[in-house]
Each structure stands twice: as structure tokens, then as C-alpha cells.
Write a protein of this length. Structure first.
Ligand SMILES: Cc1ncc(COP(=O)(O)O)c(C=O)c1O
Length: 486
């Protein structure tokens, strides 16, 4: 069989590649038909005046891509269905496929489809008091790079799968020591499960401890992501109000709940610190009823002035607390490393669930973080950031007092990296936001964190990403914009 093939010995493209291209084109254009037999490598090499290796290489490429097949004893043939046919039958644009038939979701899928996951739009303003982030531009990036480099030069070990479902042991050990020192959490490294942030810790808790219809108590107002995780699991949610001493534990007492989720060190978003009497009351209630407490200690590292109250986990005399911490606020949110300190009896089932859900956290970041903590950088960074945020916080409090006087009530100023402020004006939240935007100030309302319609005028002021001047200017402009017609 003769195939018209033109090869150019002067081209920069190797001959075997040219042959491959020519044959592929012949197959696609139909000059070579499906199932058609090709000449042997010896015959074709002879007729083209090239080496047999050239032809063999060209054929091998077409064989590996599915254009040709060999039948032992018979020779080489064009495949009946060539790869390009398969590709052409794949739609190129999303949505081109005709509907197959209705795809039924799992109960979880159905529940999730009904869960509101919309996000409050972040203010795009010259001075934005958005909250929830540390000052990323103050992170010791150069140091982090050096620690990373240690593992990226000659260490190939971490590239492999890890086999410890709880996470990298030296990191768990470093966290156990750190938690004992700084939060009086009582645990050893075998009780720590490293998670993809608080988010995954809450998700695993809801998967493993809640059935559809099971009751859980949440703070009102409270952390929206937690509420969404639990409601997408079909939980029956009891909102419990919060005041200046944190969760109103007395209102929880008669609720038939299996779990309660709290942020005792710095209630989100009000900033209240759960008082010691209420902590003891909560622990006693859990002990009596068998309910479990989920303690989210998301930014407890930032405390100003007062002596810290130890974590609930450390105060508990029974295994009633699941303690969650995260590096999102003390280091940076995209690190996605958090930890769940578990009662011993729950460790194994949580490890299994974590393993099935995503196998492991990235090894490199776990190693770098373990060194960062063990070598003292975490606590040094924290000291610096605490002092930095403390100055910003004072500037914000002073500016609010100076420009608003008694038209602003400040809540939760002793901890964290945001304040909640009640603004007393005869304006709706939307009007306040619009006026702020007009003078280049971005604000976020606390409304979305409430279960029902909240009293208007409550805003969350994040200050961690701003400079002192920006804070002063922002508050002055806001006060002027709101005072205008009041
Ligand atoms: C109450 C609360 N918990 C935890 C987190 C942190 O979540 P993650 O560790 O998933 O980043 C936040 C972040 O804003 C929070 O507000």
C-alpha cells in the first residue's frame, strides 16, 4: 500500500515527528480509513528512504494515542474509533448537553440546596472596616520562606502520602504544648486532629454527631458559618441570646439539645467574654445532661488588659468539651490549618472521617508550621501583633468616643480584632451604609449574624487591616456623614 507522505529532511522538526503528523492528518482526513492496514515499519522506511527507527517512533506515538492498533501476527491498523471522534462528541461549552433525567440529590444535598450561603458583599471603599482578617502585610513572610526552603531543597520525604490521619505529629505536639501554656487546655497530642480550619472541624462534628432533626443550641447573634454547617445537616437549631457576659446559659437549661456551640473567649460578633460563673454553669449543665460543648476559640490570642479566663476545655472535669482553634487569625487565613481537641473516646471516629473526607492536610505547610511554633516564632509574632492591634483598638475606641460621644455604644473592646458598635441615629442600616459609602467608608452590619430581625444600628468594625490615620479619618468622616441631618 502506498501512502502519499512528504517528509522534509531539512526541517527543524524531527523526521519521526513529521511522519506522525502526516499519518495523523491522513487518518483524520479519511485518506486512511478505520481498520485499514498500514505497511510494516520495514516497508514504509524503505519507501520513504528513512531509517526504520524513524518509522517505529512515529507508529509508537500513534499507537499510544489510540490512532493505531497492532494485531499480533497481522500487522498495524487504523483504529475503528479514533480519539478525535471521542473528543468531537464532547460538548465544548457548558450547558450544551441535553438534560439526562432528573438527578436526585441525597438528603444532605437537598438540605444544602435550601441553605442560604450568600455572603454579605465586602465594602469596596477607600477606608474599609471589614473584619475577620489579620494584618496579612505584617506576616513574617521572609522567615516563612526560609522555613519552607528547608524542606524544598533536598527533602523528598514530605512529598509522599502521609499515613497519620490525625496530622503531622510534631505539629500536634507543638500545638498541645502551646495550648497548655497559653489556654490551659488539657490534652496530649493524640487528642488533636489537625483540620482544614475551624470550618472542617465544625463540618466533621456535624457529620459525626448530628442526625437530621437533632437539636443544637447556637449563640444569637452568632457565627454564620457554624449556623450554616449545622442547618445544612438538618439540625434543629435553638438560638440562645447573648448579653455583655456572653451566652445566657440560664436560657439553655431547659432546651433538649445534644450540642451547644459557643465562642466564650470572644463571642462572635458581640465580643463579650463569657463570665466565669456562666462558664461553670454551662459546664455543670453539660455534665448533668450529657450534652457536648463545642468551644470555638478562634481569636482568643488577642486579649487586651484583663487576665485571660482559661478555656472551657481546661475547666471541665468531664470529657464534655470539643475545643477548636485555628491559625487563620494569628497567622493567615489561607494557611487552612486548624485543630480540634477531642475527648479520647471520639478520636478514632474523627480520624476516620477526616481520612475519608480529604485524606490529609498538605504536608509542607504542616512541617513549616511545626517549626514556626517549636522555634518560638509563633509567640514572638503574637506578641508583636497583640501590641499592634492594641494600639489600633485604642485609636478606634478614642475616635468613636471623640466623634460620636454617646451616640455610639462600644461592645467587646477587650479582645479580638474587631469591635461591635451600636450607632444611635434615626437612620436605617442601609441609610447608614449608604452615607458611609458616600464618604469613602466601608462598613458591615451585624444583622446577618442574628437569627431574627435585630435592632438597627449594629455594626462590626474590623480594624486589623487599617492604619491609625485611616481609622481616625474613617470615624471622623462617618460621624460627619451621619450627623448631617440629625
Ligand atoms: C467565630 C469564628 N470562628 C472561626 C473562624 C475561622 O474560621 P477558619 O479557621 O475556618 O478560617 C472565624 C472567622 O471569621 C470566626 O469568626
Amino acid at each position: 500500500m502506498d501512502i502519499a507522505i512528504a517528509l522534509s529532511p531539512h526541517s527543524a522538526i524531527p523526521l519521526h515527528r513529521q511522519l506522525y503528523e502526516e499519518l495523523r492528518r491522513a487518518i483524520l482526513s479519511g485518506r486512511l480509513l478505520p481498520q485499514q492496514r498500514l505497511p510494516s515499519t520495514r516497508e514504509l522506511a524503505k519507501s520513504l528512504g528513512v531509517s526504520r527507527t524513524t518509522v517505529t517512533l512515529g507508529y509508537e506515538q500513534l499507537l499510544s494515542e489510540g490512532y493505531l492498533k497492532t494485531i499480533i501476527g497481522s500487522g498495524t491498523f487504523v483504529c475503528a474509533q479514533i480519539p478525535d471522534d471521542l473528543l468531537q462528541s464532547t460538548p465544548t461549552e457548558a450547558g450544551e448537553k441535553a438534560a439526562h433525567f432528573p438527578i436526585s440529590l441525597s438528603q444532605y444535598g437537598e438540605q444544602l440546596a435550601q441553605t442560604d450561603l450568600s455572603l454579605q458583599a465586602e465594602p469596596q471603599a477607600e477606608i474599609s472596616f471589614r473584619y475577620g482578617r489579620p494584618a496579612c502585610d505584617r506576616f513574617p513572610l521572609e522567615l516563612w520562606r526560609k522555613l519552607l526552603a528547608r524542606y524544598c531543597r533536598t527533602d523528598y520525604q514530605w512529598l509522599d502520602y502521609a499515613f497519620d490521619p490525625l496530622g503531622y505529629l510534631p505539629l500536634r505536639e507543638a500545638i498541645a504544648l502551646y495550648l497548655g501554656r497559653s489556654r490551659a487546655v488539657q490534652c496530649n497530642s493524640d487528642q488533636i486532629l489537625l483540620t482544614n480550619g475551624t470550618q472542617q472541624a465544625l463540618y466533621l462534628i456535624s457529620r459525626l454527631l448530628l442526625n437530621t432533626g437533632d437539636a443544637i443550641a447556637l449563640e444569637d447573634p452568632g457565627y454564620l458559618s457554624a449556623r450554616r454547617i449545622f442547618s445544612s445537616q438538618g439540625a434543629n437549631i435553638f438560638p440562645i441570646p447573648v448579653d455583655e457576659s456572653g451566652l445566657r446559659v440560664a436560657q439553655l437549661i431547659d432546651k433538649p439539645v445534644k450540642l451547644v456551640y459557643v465562642t466564650p473567649s470572644h463571642q462572635f460578633p458581640t465580643g463579650a467574654i463569657l463570665s466565669l460563673p456562666r462558664r461553670l454553669e454551662l459546664l455543670a449543665w453539660a455534665q448533668q445532661t450529657g450534652a457536648l460543648i463545642i468551644e470555638d476559640d478562634y481569636d482568643s490570642e488577642y486579649r487586651y488588659g484583663e487576665r485571660p479566663i482559661p478555656a472551657l476545655q481546661g475547666l471541665a472535669i468531664t470529657d464534655s468539651v470539643l475545643y477548636i482553634g485555628t491559625f487563620s487569625k494569628v497567622l493567615f487565613p489561607s494557611l487552612r490549618i486548624g485543630y480540634l481537641v477531642l475527648p479520647k473516646s471520639l478520636v478514632s471516629i474523627f480520624a476516620r472521617a477526616k481520612w475519608l473526607s480529604d485524606r490529609q492536610l498538605p504536608s509542607l505547610e504542616q512541617r513549616v508550621l511545626a517549626d514556626f511554633i517549636a522555634e518560638g516564632h509563633l509567640e514572638r509574632h503574637l506578641r508583636q501583633m497583640r501590641s499592634h492591634y492594641n494600639q489600633l483598638r485604642q485609636v478606634l475606641v478614642e475616635a468613636l468616643k471623640r466623634y460620636f460621644g454617646d451616640r455610639a455604644t462600644i461592645l467587646g473592646e477587650n479582645a479580638g480584632i474587631h469591635l461591635m458598635v451600636r450607632l444611635h441615629f434615626n437612620l436605617s442600616d442601609d441609610e447608614i451604609l449608604q452615607r458611609a459609602a458616600k464618604v469613602g467608608v466601608g462598613l458591615l452590619s451585624a444583622q446577618s449574624h442574628y437569627f431574627s430581625i435585630a435592632e438597627p444600628g449594629q455594626f462590626i468594625f474590623g480594624y486589623s487591616e487599617l492604619t491609625q490615620t485611616q481609622i481616625q479619618t474613617g470615624i471622623r468622616r462617618l460621624a460627619m456623614a451621619l450627623e448631617e441631618i440629625n
